[in-house]
Design a protein around this ligand. Structure first.
Ligand code: 86X
Length: 530
């Protein structure tokens, strides 16, 4: 694996060098044609993707995250460099979520990265299945540590001993903490940037309440924030629902999630989870308090998280054959302004118009930059910023200058509009809003077209073969879910439950389970998944 990654890294460096070396000739060839010129520039500069999204999705994805300058491969398999183009997206989502949880009186904190073996194993049942994924530090310099130290894969065992210490009486409740941090899970299945990496960034919220009803309420409040991150920021439709007993977090009482779907691979993907832990951890970590009546009671706990995986889902859902497509709300550059010089044009006037456009839009609150580099042709710049997914491109040439207008080109559908300078702010605002909505609508249409409602096993197998996300009536029995997994095992991976949507269609009396023939209890989404 490592050698493949390094090779990709090298290949990328090479094409980067090539594009710089050829930039000048790109400029020259620009002057000769409007029509065929662009293709020629692409070829010469090495811009453009060599894999198509619909033909070779996996390769397309690896290529687009690197060429879009979000990720750089690293020499440790499953670890990736998050470049500024990625971090800005993460910071925007972080700012939203952080402000929202502060409104809920949740406070930020930071617990150590390292876990002592005693603490890690304190809660055996929880750790058991995960043990092979825990990474350990065993040496400092040349000497073995007396006691090896684990790196947190999640922070329950790190935090809860202190919850036990800090919570004494009902006045200490609720205790609502969150931390933004990295975690390490030494996974052995195929790593994919953002989607499955050995180190990733997330927030983990851990809260404790006096009553179950307070905990229940918070679970859904947080889940709604996760829905909003996906739908309002990343423009990705998700299904809110409850995980099956088999798929829930084993240490908890119940797990809720937002589930997204990747049409190209026909796989569901868990977008974020919000768990009610019940009193299981309170029991193990002795998190007790004296209630209002003066009796000893156990706290009710929740935990919830979303990670940088969100960004991978965004790339997979919106990206196209020209590269990334960023929803305006999370794009670090929402508008890129590009001067279009012609022979004998007043270059200074064009540059001034570009700067004025950037300033006007920045002052209006948009994230705007101009690409005034003189060693790249306009065509090269178009491809470059398309690859990086910038939602809107503004071109300014002599004709635009003469007409006091700019030309705006949408990344999502290539639509071109001439905008009079006097309407600039209003029209750019409308276009960005429109792009954000269009991306969501297009993604939802595509996702919905992948949903099949089935009633029988034969229909289920047929739909699974067509890479669908399947809504089926189910008896809700663990044995039946295990049986479905066993019966669908194959190269592509088995089908499992994604979630039972909160929004349940009507289940007519007498409906039977698609897999067992027993009475159905609920509608559940099934599919292959990440
Ligand atoms: C499950 C559960 C939970 C806090 C969340 O989903 C929200 C934020 N944590 C995480 N999980 C593990 O408990 C786990 C434990 C170990 Cl030791 C491990 F190596 C991997 C794990 N992966 C997931």
């Amino acid at each position: 694996m490592a050698s493949v990654d390094v090779k990709k890294c090298n290949d990328n460096t090479k094409s980067g060098e090539k594009s710089k070396a050829n930039a000048k000739s790109g400029e020259k060839s620009k002057s000769n044609a409007k029509s065929g010129g662009k293709k020629e520039v692409k070829k010469e500069t090495g811009l453009g993707l060599s894999n198509r999204k619909d033909e070779n999705f996996g390769e397309w994805y690896s290529e687009v995250v690197v060429s879009g300058e979000m990720i750089e491969y690293y020499d440790i398999s499953g670890c990736y460099i998050l470049r500024p183009w990625t971090m800005t997206i993460w910071e925007i989502m972080q700012a939203f979520f952080d402000a929202e949880i502060k409104k809920m009186k949740i406070k930020n904190c930071y617990f150590p990265l390292f876990v002592s073996p005693g603490v890690l194993q304190r809660e055996k049942d929880h750790i058991e299945g995960f043990a092979p994924e825990v990474a350990w530090v065993t040496k400092s310099g040349e000497s073995d540590l007396e006691v090896p130290i684990a790196i947190r894969p999640t922070s329950e065992t790190v935090m809860y001993p202190y919850y036990s210490k800090w919570i004494r009486g009902h006045r200490d409740l609720p205790l609502k903490l969150n931390q933004w941090c990295n975690v390490v899970r030494w996974e052995f299945s195929h790593p994919t940037p953002f989607i499955r990496s050995r180190e990733f960034l997330w927030q983990e919220g851990h809260t404790a309440f006096a009553t179950q009803s307070e905990a229940d309420e918070e679970v859904l409040e947080i889940l709604e924030l996760y829905r909003r991150i996906y739908e309002e920021y990343l423009a990705i439709p998700v299904v809110k629902g409850k995980k099956s007993e088999l798929e829930k977090f084993a240490g908890g009482l119940y797990t809720t999630s937002v589930e997204a779907f990747i049409p190209n691979t026909g796989r569901g993907i868990q977008g974020a989870t919000s768990h009610c832990l019940g009193q299981n951890f309170a029991k193990m970590f002795e998190i007790n308090f004296e209630n209002v009546k003066g009796e000893k009671a156990m706290v009710w706990q929740n935990s919830w998280a979303y990670s940088t995986r969100t960004i991978g889902v965004m790339v997979m859902v919106h990206g196209d054959d020209k590269g990334l497509v960023l929803p305006p709300k999370v794009a670090s550059v929402q508008v890129i302004v590009i001067p279009v010089p012609y022979k004998d044009a007043d270059m200074q006037a064009i540059f001034d118009a570009c700067s004025a456009t950037v300033n006007t839009l920045n002052e209006a609150g948009f994230r705007v930059e101009a690409d005034l580099r003189d060693n790249y042709s306009p065509g090269w710049k178009y491809s470059h910023w398309e690859m990086k997914g910038v939602p809107l491109r503004i071109e300014i040439g002599p004709k635009d200058l003469a007409n006091s207008q700019v030309r705006a080109v949408r990344r999502d559908n290539s639509a071109k509009v001439d905008i009079p300078m006097v309407n600039l702010v209003k029209q750019v605002k409308d276009m960005l809003t429109n792009i954000q909505q269009s991306l969501f609508d297009a993604a939802k249409l595509k996702r919905d077209a992948c949903i099949d409602v089935v009633k029988t096993w034969d229909e289920f197998i047929e739909a699974l073969g067509q890479k669908k996300m399947i809504l089926a009536p189910w008896c809700d029995e663990e044995e039946v879910e295990k049986d479905v997994k066993a019966r669908t095992k194959g190269e592509m991976g088995a089908a499992k439950t994604l979630c039972s949507p909160f929004d349940q269609p009507e289940l007519p009396e007498g409906t039977i389970c698609f897999a067992s023939g027993k009475p159905a209890k609920k509608w559940t989404y099934w599919g292959r998944s990440y």
